[in-house]
Design a protein around this ligand. Sequence first.
Ligand SMILES: Cc1cc2nc3c(=O)[nH]c(=O)nc-3n(C[C@H](O)[C@H](O)[C@H](O)COP(=O)(O)OP(=O)(O)OC[C@H]3O[C@@H](n4cnc5c(N)ncnc54)[C@H](O)[C@@H]3O)c2cc1C
Length: 281
Amino acid sequence: MYLRPTTIDEAIGALVSHGARILAGGTDFFPTQGDRPVTGAVLDISAIEALRGITLDADEVRIGARTTWSEVAAADLPPAFDALRAAAREVGGWQIQNLGTVAGNLCNASPAADGVPPLLALDAQVELAGPDGTRVLPLDHFILGPRRTALRPDEILVAIRVPRRFEQAPSRFLKLGARRYLVISIAMVAAQVAFDAAGRVEAARVAVGSCSAVACRLPALERALVGADAGAGLASLVRPEHLEPLQPIDDVRATAAYRRDAAATLIGRTLDLCLCEPSHA
Ligand SMILES: Cc1cc2nc3c(=O)[nH]c(=O)nc-3n(C[C@H](O)[C@H](O)[C@H](O)COP(=O)(O)OP(=O)(O)OC[C@H]3O[C@@H](n4cnc5c(N)ncnc54)[C@H](O)[C@@H]3O)c2cc1C
């Protein structure tokens, strides 16, 4: 059964009545399916207008669940979103970016999902709607493990919400793969650093992906950065103990030791890039 509702309420009704699987851009949905035929009900959310678009109000930026990577890359957003916009340009090629959604990237919950570190660094939350109403979860409470989220079978992720705090802070994203483009990450880092008028770090958020079952922030490093003089550079402040939350594994793309080393280098570079003017509009 193929369902294409036009409202969120109809979509929730379909989830409750038919146990349907949600289809957004399909760029994870269909590859996961492999050669097997699609069975059971499929809920295509592409006609739900309420899930489209990025809106800014006084307190938060709201990214609707149908927002594609191309739309994020082209959006006029504050500097704190530069890391997310950079990640958007690294998700597959243009065809994937035109179809794939940020929400789908989160719901698919791959440890290598490029959207997760920038959104963790933005303190993002997800808004989930189900038959009992709406609930909001911090992103780090939503993604529970590889391919595992807190989403209930009768719920739909309707929006990603980002508080408008430190939104003028520079942010950067770096991804390392086996080649420059069209590649799954070996390690990736998103960082956002706010400076005070004296050029000292007021707040820092650093998140690393592909180096643990779920991408994570580095709280000890974030604390160590606060008060640092930006003029002296930030990379030298990164210590091995700051990387303790990371638990990289050996796999076909890299060894755990290489991943840890790469993460340390990427973190330093990403932090120091926050001291420079952005290289893109
Ligand atoms: C060639 C190729 C290259 C790729 N390169 C990258 C890459 O470089 N980096 C990267 O991170 N990813 C990459 N991907 C993976 C994929 O493109 C992204 O994860 C994309 O953001 C998924 O979004 P989607 O809209 O296509 O999700 P879909 O495939 O439609 O859905 C993915 C999962 O999320 C669920 N879902 C989707 N939307 C919702 C919602 N609103 N509420 C609840 N559940 C929902 C679906 O049921 C499904 O389980 C690549 C994929 C391909 C095919």
